[in-house]
Design a binder for this molecule. Structure first.
Ligand SMILES: Nc1ncnc2c1ncn2[C@@H]1O[C@H](COP(=O)(O)OP(=O)(O)OP(=O)(O)O)[C@@H](O)[C@H]1O
Ligand SMILES: [Mg+2]
Length: 304
C-alpha cells in the first residue's frame, strides 16, 4: 500500500465505526468490523442482504468517511467489458488513421492507435488507474452473469487489467472495493473466496430507531418509536416484500409532513402503501396489523 494511503488507514475498529457515524451511517458491529478489515487486509467486501438495508449506502459512507471519491459500477443484465472495464475509442482511431499521410507503415499506425491515448477507461479501469485512491462500488453484482464475474477476478485479486493490445495495466492505487448483491442468484465460489463477506440484515429496533432519528430528527421521538414498533411487527409477518430501512425512513418523513401525533388505524390505513408495496401483502397487513391498532393492542405510545 502506498505510504499516503497507509497514513489515512484507520487505526482501530472504533475509529471506523465513529467515522462512519459522522458520515451519516450507523454501522452494525459486523459492518464496522468488515470495513476495518477491508482497509487493513486490502480485500474487497461482498455485501449481501435484502433490499433497502444499507448495502449501497455503506459504500457511499465509506467514501465520505475516507474522503475518497466514489467510483460506481451499476450492474445490469448484459453488462460487458466495454461498459465496465475499457473500450477503444473507435472514432478517434478512425480519425487518426484518416489523417495519416499515405505511405505510412501500417505497423506504425497500429502501435499508435492502440495506445493509452485511444483508450476510454470505464469504472473498473478508472478505479485502479487514478492517482488518488477511490472507493469502488460494484453495485448489484448478482444482476450480471458468471462470465462477468470471471472477468472481475483478475481485478479483485491482482489489481490489474490485461488489455491484449496494450499489455497489463497495473494498479497505481488500490481502491477500497465493495460489491453488493441482493442474492437473486448464487455467486461463484471463486468470487466469494477473494472477498470478505458481510451479511446485512434488518437492524434491531434500537439501531433502526437511531437510523430513522438520524434521517428524520424532527419527528417526535414517541412517534418514531411507535413507527419502528409497527414496522418490526410487519416484518414478522410472512410477506412477499417486508418493509426495509428505506421504507421506515420514508414513512417517518410522511408522518412528519402530515403532522402526525399518533399512529391510529385511520392514519395507518392511509399511509400503509408507503411501507408495503404488494397487493397481497397489503391485505395481510391491513388484516393483521390494522386490527391490532383498532384494539389498541399495540399499546399506548410509550414515552421516549
Ligand atoms: N446503517 C445505516 N445508517 C444510516 N442510514 C442507513 C443505514 N442503513 C440504511 N440506511 C438508509 O436506508 C436507505 C436504503 O439504503 P440502501 O439504498 O443502501 O439499501 P440497499 O441495501 O443498497 O438496497 P437495494 O438492495 O434496494 O439497493 C438509504 O436511505 C440509507 O441512507
Ligand atoms: Mg443498493
Amino acid at each position: 500500500m502506498p505510504e499516503a494511503q497507509q497514513h489515512l488507514a484507520p487505526a482501530s475498529l472504533e475509529e471506523v465505526r465513529d467515522g462512519l457515524a459522522s458520515a451519516g451511517y450507523l454501522a452494525s458491529e459486523a459492518a464496522a468490523l468488515v470495513s476495518f478489515l477491508a482497509y487493513k487486509l486490502d480485500k474487497p467486501v461482498l455485501v449481501e442482504g435484502p433490499a433497502g438495508v444499507g448495502k449501497t449506502e455503506l459504500a457511499k459512507a465509506l467514501s465520505r468517511y475516507a474522503q475518497r471519491p466514489l467510483v460506481r459500477l451499476q450492474c445490469y443484465e448484459g453488462l460487458d467489458e466495454a461498459k465496465a472495464l475499457y473500450e477503444w475509442n473507435y472514432r478517434k482511431q478512425l480519425l487518426r488513421i484518416q489523417t495519416e499521410a499515405a505511405g505510412t507503415a501500417w505497423q506504425d499506425v497500429q502501435e499508435d492507435i492502440f495506445s493509452e491515448d485511444f483508450l476510454m477507461a470505464r469504472p473498473l479501469l478508472t478505479a485502479i488507474s487514478v492517482k488518488e485512491p477511490v472507493v469502488l462500488l460494484i453495485d448489484e453484482i448478482d444482476k450480471t452473469d458468471q462470465e462477468f464475474e470471471a472477468m472481475l477476478l483478475e481485478i479483485l485479486s491482482d489489481f490489474q487489467v490485461s488489455i491484449p493490445e496494450l499489455g497489463v495495466v497495473e494498479a497505481t492505487t488500490q481502491p477500497l472495493v465493495l460489491l453488493t448483491s441482493n442474492n437473486t442468484r448464487e455467486l461463484t465460489e471463486a468470487l466469494k473466496r477473494r472477498c470478505l463477506y458481510l451479511w446485512l440484515d434488518y437492524p434491531d429496533a434500537e439501531r433502526e430507531l437511531e437510523i430513522v432519528r438520524l434521517h428524520v430528527p424532527e419527528l417526535p421521538e414517541t412517534i418514531t418509536r411507535r413507527l419502528i414498533e409497527i414496522i418490526h411487527m410487519i416484518r414478522n409477518l410472512d410477506l412477499k416484500k417486508p418493509p426495509s430501512i428505506a421504507e421506515s425512513i420514508d414513512w417517518a418523513r410522511a408522518m412528519l409532513l402530515l403532522g402526525a401525533t399518533d399512529i391510529d388505524r385511520s392514519l395507518f390505513d392511509r399511509t400503509m402503501s408507503i411501507i408495503v408495496k404488494h397487493r397481497t401483502d397489503l391485505d395481510v397487513v391491513a388484516e393483521r396489523v390494522g386490527v391490532k391498532l383498532d384494539d389498541g393492542v399495540l399499546g399506548q405510545v410509550r414515552p421516549g
